[in-house]
Design a protein around this ligand. Structure first.
Ligand code: ASP
Length: 434
């Protein structure tokens, strides 16, 4: 029998998970059964993915950077990467602003619904406001200071410090480049093999992916709020989803124009990472799979993917920035505010920066939205309006975040002459060979 492709298996897991979730909520006690007996498997799956992220960044970045052999190449690639990331983010925010101004979803919210939602959800939104306040109370150069860890074990001990781990790995790789070849070789060989072990571990985790997403989605369904709220926010949610869809089309066009890869091939190559992004709502948890797919299935050389993707997972969030722009203006509309062009341009700047500052975990985009709202003078209480549909939108925007990173890695690889033919490995390839 022909083996089912991984993305079909994951998709099947997702569909069955949703169906199972609906089945279980339909009888009493079903929700608790899912929470006690199914959800933990989803949590284990996400934990396993997160577990791999730090060693993967260390292994692949150190071996990738040290292969560059020349530091000027590294700084050139760094400059290019960050510029393209910024560019795609600004495009995303602009699309979001354009759509929300055309659709005006805020008009569909009556004053009664607004008051009801603000009072129902004000407690939930307080947490986001507190987190945002903690981030805001820092100086202008804090982001730069945060880049350099004072202890690598400490930095690697916390998944949120991804940029610090990246800094250490690049720094270490630069040290290796500067060492004479014979002295550097043992360490390089070690990290090359280390990296291969990690990639094999990702293969093994991916075998469990269809079951993992089943558990995650079943739990999500039994825990989701009532459908009535979704209806009130329908236009807003549709605006965000439509904008995200435009972004995916934009990426496929970019990839086609600059690398010649057909949209179908590109999307097929990256689809397991997209499905995981959707199921986990976290680009950080998806990173190991994104890296593997981009390298093995899209042909991006590891020198490029190991550098561009971890940075992208932390600073490039096009989906998040688009959502922040739509959400900010939607809340203003619902409160009857008219935003001037100047304020909207301010939103472009803050949403771009806020998406860079958002952690690659579920719900992070909403925390940073508080800062966008405050800067534009929009009532923060409005967060309560969008709370009910935030999770499904988070799932969708994470797909865009991950696809954006993959797109940029292909563009950079092409421009560096590092885009080759895909080298697909099955999980047991090396084992069968020996
Ligand atoms: N969940 C998103 C991510 O990990 C961030 C966000 O928009 O909340 O990419």
């Amino acid at each position: 029998m022909k083996k089912l492709a991984l993305h079909w298996k994951i998709l099947l897991g997702m569909v069955l998970g949703v169906a199972f979730g609906f089945l279980m909520v339909s009888f009493s006690g079903g929700k608790e059964i899912v929470q006690d007996w199914v959800k933990p498997f989803g949590t284990i799956f996400i934990n396993a993915l997160k577990l791999i992220a730090v060693p993967l960044i260390l292994g692949s970045l150190i071996s990738g950077v040290s292969d560059l052999k020349d530091i000027s190449k590294l700084s050139k690639m760094g400059g290019k990467t960050i510029s393209i990331y910024l560019l795609t983010t600004v495009v995303a925010v602009s699309i979001g602003l354009l759509l929300v101004n055309v659709v005006v979803p805020g008009d569909s919210i009556t004053e009664a619904t607004r008051t009801e939602m603000v009072s129902n959800y004000s407690e939930n939104t307080q947490k986001y406001k507190d987190e945002a306040a903690a981030q805001k109370n820092s100086g202008p150069l804090q982001a730069l200071v945060d880049l350099v860890p004072d202890n690598i074990i400490g930095a690697a001990g916390e998944n949120r410090n991804m940029l610090q781990v990246i800094f250490f790995a690049v720094f270490f790789g630069v040290g290796l480049i500067l060492l004479p070849e014979d002295r550097a070789k043992p360490v390089k060989d070690f990290f090359n093999s280390f990296n291969e072990v990690i990639l094999k571990m990702i293969d093994l985790i991916m075998l469990a992916a269809p079951y993992g997403v089943f558990a995650l989605l079943a739990a999500l369904i039994v825990e989701s709020p009532s459908a009535d709220l979704f209806k009130a926010l329908g236009w807003y949610a549709l605006t965000v989803v439509f904008g995200l869809f435009i972004m995916i089309v934009f990426y496929t066009v970019l990839v086609l124009i600059f690398t010649g890869k057909k949209p179908k091939e590109f999307l097929q190559g990256i689809s397991p990472a997209q499905l995981l992004a959707f199921s986990t709502s976290s680009s950080a948890a998806t990173l190991p799979v994104t890296m593997e797919r981009v390298h093995e299935h899209l042909g991006v050389d590891e020198e490029v993917s190991s550098f561009v993707l971890p940075i992208g997972a932390t600073i490039n969030m096009d989906g998040t920035s688009l959502y922040q722009a739509v959400a900010a203006v939607f809340i203003a509309q619902a409160f009857g505010m008219d935003l001037s062009l100047g304020v909207q341009l301010g939103i472009v700047a803050t949403a771009t920066l806020a998406s860079i500052g958002s952690a690659a975990v579920p719900g992070a985009g909403m925390v940073m939205l508080v800062i966008v709202l405050a800067q534009a003078g929009i009532p923060e209480a409005g967060l309560a309006l969008i709370f009910a549909v935030d999770r499904p939108l988070d799932m969708c925007r994470t797909v865009v975040n991950v696809t954006g990173d993959a797109t940029v890695s292909m563009l950079i690889a092409k421009s560096e002459g590092k885009l080759g033919k895909p080298k697909v490995h099955d999980w047991d390839d090396d084992y069968q060979k020996s």
